[in-house]
Design a binder for this molecule. Structure first.
Ligand SMILES: [Zn+2]
Length: 123
């Protein structure tokens, strides 16, 4: 049998060969599953992720350090590009550096994040 249906995600008409088929394509189906499931289990997922991180913290940190050592050039290039094209990033980087230098001149240690110290946001 062939059924004419409308996809609830992208609202296009499509022909279903199976009455149980709800979505036009795999993309829409996975999108729907992700959004509905994640909304319903938001806290549970958050807790599970946090627990996993706490359990594997040492390993994760080791991997991140290894990755940064191996891919220094890649990371530097990405940062440089972002600095050039992302105005917000550029502004916050310059601000952060200026505050860091000002505090270091007086042998201080930053107690809070730069944006908390200044009391404003980049946006
Ligand atoms: Zn669709």
């Amino acid at each position: 049998m062939i059924y004419n249906k409308v996809c609830p995600i992208c609202h296009t008409e499509f022909i279903a060969t199976n009455i149980r088929k709800k979505y036009c394509c795999y993309k829409c189906a996975s999108k729907s599953y992700k959004t509905t499931y994640r909304k319903a289990h938001e806290l549970e997922i958050k807790k599970r992720k946090k627990d996993w991180y706490e359990k594997n913290k040492d390993e994760v940190i080791k991997k991140v350090i290894l990755y940064t050592h191996k891919n220094r050039h890649k990371i530097n290039k990405r940062m440089k590009d972002r600095f050039e094209f992302d105005a917000d990033f550029k502004l916050s980087t310059i601000l952060r550096h200026r505050v860091y230098v000002a505090i270091k001149m007086q042998y201080g240690i930053k107690a809070k994040k730069t944006m908390d110290l200044i009391g404003c946001t980049v946006e």
